[in-house]
Ligand binder design. Structure first.
Ligand SMILES: [Zn+2]
Length: 429
């Protein structure tokens, strides 16, 4: 939760140097078309007597090739395919290809499936936080692909999604593209609804790995439910695939026009690098809420936000999200918190390594209605645990620290020993 400031600044320097480089002039509008799944990864599939086994990987490839044929007729576009045959490029290969080709837009085509046969309709996903449980299932299904091959496992091993650096860096990067992705998504879903008279389930934000690592506006289009008989037949048919492809093609053309009207990406004369942002003197954490209840990492009350640091102060748990000494990152973190549903979130300034004049920090190890057994793992592994009984409850605390940073450091050490979910507590007396 606390950031190693040296590597963080180095990282930010790199980041700020990289993300403000704009594409150069006369560049064709480059689109990466990604047919979801492929090879041994069939994606969603259902058997229908009319068409045999209907596989997501075949439908996505057919649609992608149709969109590509339409785009190739237009000289303003350059088209890059992540696959043109029945093979399985790893997710890393797909995103690396997109990033290296400095694409303007990444379009991943998929089909949906449900355990029930009734759900139908289209939906388009863009990167971002989203608490909707149904969407979460889609995210899980798509993210599972990541564990399919060896190469990805290696790549993602080096990408630590738990480090605040990668989270914050990716968030800044993606927020730049989010607006464009939402615009394109609205064109796609609008066409499905108005031209093709289909049910649009809308444009949604979700954290999907295939979108997360892209340095460009990116969408994942669920073109319909293979698990629904009518929609399955539609997706299997030449007519259905043509309609889907045309709607996405039209959306790409409209999107390019809209971007160019706004003086966007494609017509900047030369590379521009913004000056490096100067760090602020203080650290900033985003205060999400204060509550008498203790929530652990992953609790729904935290609305999907990671890197939340609870600090107990006068019987209230104050929940702080992220930490940074850069104004732009702070503002972005505040927006992320508000988008997640913490409407009253505010940025709070902390003086780094500030020693408390009065009182101290300690770690609350456990709160229990009963006395913990002397043989418990926690009491066995730590010396000098303090137990206090108050209003019928037993409070176990450990250590005295004069600064928040020291308390965080000890909290990490305890976590490594297997003592998790401790809370930093500020004692003001
Ligand atoms: Zn899929």
């Amino acid at each position: 939760m606390i950031t190693d400031s040296f590597s963080f600044k180095k990282y930010l320097f790199l980041l700020f140097s990289l993300i403000f480089i704009l594409p150069s002039a006369q560049k064709k509008f480059t689109i990466v078309l990604d047919a979801g799944h492929g090879g041994s990864d069939h994606g969603a599939n259902r058997y229908y007597s009319e068409v045999g086994t209907l596989r997501e990987k075949d439908v996505t490839l057919a649609i992608v090739l149709k969109i590509g044929r339409m785009l190739e007729k237009n000289k303003d576009f350059k088209i890059i395919y992540t696959r043109k045959i029945d093979e399985f490029p790893s997710l890393t290969e797909r995103t690396t290809l997109a990033n290296r080709s400095k694409a303007d837009l990444f379009v991943s085509i998929h089909c949906n499936a449900s355990t029930k046969t009734s759900p139908y309709g289209t939906e388009t996903f863009v990167q971002g936080p989203d608490q909707n449980r149904t969407n979460l299932e889609v995210a899980k299904a798509e993210n599972d692909v990541i564990y399919l091959d060896e190469k990805d496992r290696e790549t993602f091993a080096s990408y630590d999604p738990k480090s605040p650096e990668s989270l914050i860096a990716l968030k800044i990067q993606q927020s730049k593209y989010l607006e464009s992705s939402l615009l394109f998504g609205s064109f796609v879903e609008g066409n499905f609804e108005k031209k093709d008279k289909r049910l649009s389930r809308g444009v949604k934000q979700q954290n999907l790995h295939v979108l997360r690592l892209n340095a460009m506006p990116s969408v994942l289009i669920e073109t319909g439910f293979i698990s629904n008989y009518e929609e399955g037949m539609y997706l299997a048919s030449e007519k259905g695939q043509n309609e889907v492809a045309e709607s996405i093609y039209d959306a790409i053309v409209s999107y390019k026009k809209a971007i160019e009207r706004n003086g966007g990406a494609s017509n900047q004369p030369k590379e521009v690098v913004k000056p490096e942002e100067k760090p602020l003197k203080n650290d900033f954490r985003i205060l999400l809420m204060s509550s008498p209840t203790k929530y652990n990492t992953g609790d729904p009350a935290l609305k999907g936000l990671n890197y939340v640091l609870p600090i107990k102060d006068n019987d209230l748990y104050k929940y702080y999200y992220s930490v940074t000494n850069f104004a732009s990152v702070r503002d972005n973190n505040l927006k992320t918190a508000k988008d997640a549903g913490f409407k009253n979130a505010t940025a709070i300034s902390f003086i780094p390594n500030q020693k408390l004049g009065v009182g101290f920090y300690t770690l609350e190890l456990a709160v229990s209605d009963q006395k913990l057994s002397a043989n418990s793992f926690m009491l066995n592994s730590l010396k000098d645990v303090i137990r206090v009984k108050e209003k019928g409850k037993f409070y176990y605390t450990y250590g005295k620290f004069s600064s928040l940073e020291e308390a965080v450091k000890m909290q990490k050490e305890l976590e490594d020993k297997g003592i998790k979910n401790t809370t930093i507590q500020k004692i003001s007396r």
